[in-house]
Each structure stands twice: as structure tokens, then as C-alpha cells.
Write a protein that binds this ligand. Structure first.
Ligand code: PMP
Length: 372
């Protein structure tokens, strides 16, 4: 039985053909030298045009092109945080935020949201978590691992709270913005109450464009802050390779041709994973509005014994069991602030996904049978 991994954060799709062709053309044209740290003007214009189509005005001077969204976040944390500052992060959240903040003087303050409430983050919950020590509120929309998309009304209600804190920056990680299903995505930048000087979007090409290995992300924000991040990036790693930026520019301009085929596969795969989970008793989950993960609650299957006599107490134990007995890899929810849950990506080939769901059902059913 070959290994099937649903644990990865990237999709199986090839990067857009447009991207590859543009990168080759740029290499052949000799674009192999340092480029501007802030990013090429033509890529920043293409990004600005994309946002303009969505009714959002961002000038190229408000954009910094970064080597991945991770680096965009690192730039921001380096520039904004000093000892004692707090970063409030609604959880479950991507484990990368915690890893990144280990190297920063800022302190993570998790703000738990829960499956039975559909991971809703209310005005009151947010009000209870923010204080004068909070420097950053870090939202992920669409969410990883939950797939939750905040509605425009929800965002505007949250912004009312955010605006009570004049030193607070709101960073919205919107890296999955073009991977959506049932609910429309609204960028924080198109919400009423989003203060131009305090609202930042982080985005990138790894997810929507299946370009994770190219290392391409960007920051949209107030010009003064973008300038500080550019100086930091200049001092530490300089700009992104120009041929990579040419590839990104070509992809963003061709998004209406390149993205729908991937989106169609993902919509179909989402349904397969949903049906697969529905076929397993005692599993609850949030049907993702965006991104490409389910984050089901498998806690019913904890504190059981496996066929090999192993006692399964925690989600990492459960994941180890499924890996060793079924060659199925899942990401334990503990790393995302959701013990008892697992993150399962459906951005893999459809037949392999079907096989994975069968393996999961068998693996869990056997545990049930053992305990009965
Ligand atoms: N933010 C979120 C929410 C992510 O899921 C990821 C990748 N898993 C990143 C940022 C990092 O993206 P990049 O590859 O552009 O660094």
C-alpha cells in the first residue's frame, strides 16, 4: 500500500503553464540579476489591478513583493513588535504563525473559537481578548485549517472592536482568497471601518496559483509601514528573483483561464471528502467555505486500543496509528490549537482521495470494533 498524505499544505496541481512560460522567457532574456527590493513595478501594477477589479484601491507604493507570505509575516512582525507586545490569533490557526513568532519578541495570545459555533468569532469574544498590550490581531480568511470565511458583516463587527485600539494593527492573511466554494470571500480592505493606516493584507501565490516552490508573496498596507518592511527586507534578503516575479505577473493576469480548472477539481474533491466523512459514525466537521482542508473532530476515536494493542490516547497517537497501519498521513490538530481534530487536505488526485477516505473509515471502524 503506497503512502497517501493528506497532511501537506500545498496542492498537487502543477503551477500554471503561463507561469512556467513567463519564467523561461525571462531567464532567456537575461533577467537574472538583482531587481528592486520592493518588487518590479509591473508585478505591483498587476496586483493593484487585480484588487481594483474587486473594487479595492491599492497603489503600487502600498505593495511589497516578498519571498513567500511567510516572509511577508516575518517582515511585519520584525518591524512592528517589541518585547511585551501581544499578537492575538483566533484558533484553530495555521501552526506556522506560532513557529514564526518564536523568533520574535511578541507573545502569541490564542483566541479559541469552536466547531459547535461554526468557529464564529464574535464582537464580544474579540473584545475580551484585546487590550492595550495587543499590537497585532492576526486573522486568516479563508481559514487554515477550518476553511471558514468571515462574512462582510462579521468583519465589520470585528472592525468596530479593532478601532477601539489605536495602536493595534490588523493583519488579514488572505492567502486562500481565490480558493472558495459556498460563501463569497470579502477582503478586509473592502470593509467599512478598515482604517487605511492600520489594516494590512498578506497574500501570495502558493495556494491559489499552486506556486508554493516559487516563493512569492506580498504585503498590502499603509505606505509608511510598507517602506519600513522594504528596508527590513533590503537589509536581510533583498527582492524576489525577477524571473519569478515575471511568472507571478503572467499568472495573475491569466487567472481567469488558469484557476477554474483547479477550482473544479477542488470542488469535486471537497464533496468526496464530505461524503467520506459522513460515512464514518461520530465525526463532526465544519464544511469549508474556502481553502482545501477539512478539520474534523475525531475525538470519539481516542482512548481506544488498536489491533496491534497500542493505546490511542491523543490525536498524534491516532495519526501515528493511521500512518503505520494504513499508510495514511493526516496532520494532528494539536499543532493548530485543535486537539481531537485532524487537518485533512483534499488538494490531491481524486482517486487517491477516494482511497484515503476508505482507509480512514476502515482504520477508525476497527478502533470502534476493538472498544465495543
Ligand atoms: N499563511 C497561511 C494561512 C498558510 O497556510 C501558509 C502556507 N501553509 C502561509 C501563510 C505561507 O505561505 P507561503 O508559501 O507563501 O510562504
Amino acid at each position: 500500500m503506497e503512502l497517501i498524505s493528506l497532511a501537506a499544505g500545498g496542492s498537487y496541481f502543477r503551477s500554471p503553464q503561463t507561469a512556467t512560460a513567463a519564467a523561461i522567457a525571462a531567464l532567456e532574456a537575461g533577467k537574472t540579476f538583482y531587481g528592486p527590493t520592493e518588487g518590479t513595478l509591473s508585478l505591483r501594477r498587476a496586483i493593484s489591478l487585480k484588487y481594483k477589479t474587486d473594487g479595492i484601491k491599492v497603489q503600487p507604493g502600498q505593495i511589497l513583493v516578498t519571498p513567500g507570505a511567510k516572509q511577508a509575516l516575518h517582515n511585519l512582525c520584525s518591524v512592528l513588535l517589541k518585547a511585551g507586545d501581544e499578537v492575538v490569533i483566533p484558533t484553530p490557526a495555521w501552526f506556522g504563525f506560532h513557529e514564526l513568532l518564536k523568533y520574535s519578541p511578541g507573545k502569541v495570545v490564542p483566541l479559541p473559537t469552536h466547531l459547535p459555533e461554526g468557529y464564529k468569532l464574535t464582537h464580544d469574544m474579540l473584545r475580551g481578548a484585546l487590550s492595550d498590550r495587543t499590537r497585532i490581531l492576526l486573522l486568516t480568511n479563508p481559514g487554515n485549517p477550518t476553511g471558514r470565511i468571515y462574512t462582510k458583516q462579521e468583519l465589520e463587527a470585528l472592525l468596530e472592536v479593532v478601532n477601539e485600539f489605536p495602536n493595534l494593527y490588523l493583519i488579514s492573511d488572505e492567502i486562500y482568497d481565490l480558493v472558495t466554494y459556498s460563501r463569497p470571500f470579502t477582503s478586509i480592505l473592502s470593509c467599512q471601518g478598515a482604517k487605511a493606516g492600520r489594516t494590512i493584507v498578506v497574500n501570495g501565490f502558493s495556494k491559489s496559483f499552486a506556486m508554493s516552490g516559487w516563493r512569492l508573496g506580498f504585503i498590502l498596507g499603509p505606505e509608511e509601514l510598507v517602506k519600513k518592511c522594504t528596508d527590513f527586507q533590503n537589509a536581510t534578503m533583498s527582492g524576489v528573483s525577477v524571473f519569478v516575479q515575471d511568472a507571478a505577473e503572467a499568472s495573475i493576469l491569466a487567472r481567469e483561464q488558469e484557476l477554474p480548472p483547479m477550482q473544479e477539481v477542488l470542488s469535486n474533491n471537497r464533496e468526496i471528502m464530505q461524503k467520506g466523512l459522513d460515512a464514518i459514525p461520530h465525526v463532526t466537521y465544519y464544511l469549508p467555505d474556502g481553502a482545501y482542508y477539512f478539520f474534523p473532530d475525531l475525538s470519539y476515536y481516542l482512548n481506544r486500543t488498536s489491533i496491534t494493542g497500542e493505546i490511542i490516547k491523543t490525536t498524534p497517537d491516532l495519526c501515528r496509528y493511521l500512518r503505520s497501519c494504513y499508510n495514511l498521513e493526516l496532520a494532528p490538530g494539536d499543532n493548530f490549537g485543535g486537539p481531537g481534530h485532524v487537518r485533512m487536505s483534499f488538494a490531491i488526485e481524486t482517486p487517491r482521495l477516494q482511497d484515503a477516505m476508505q482507509r480512514l473509515r476502515q482504520g477508525l471502524n476497527l478502533l470502534t470494533a476493538e472498544a465495543d
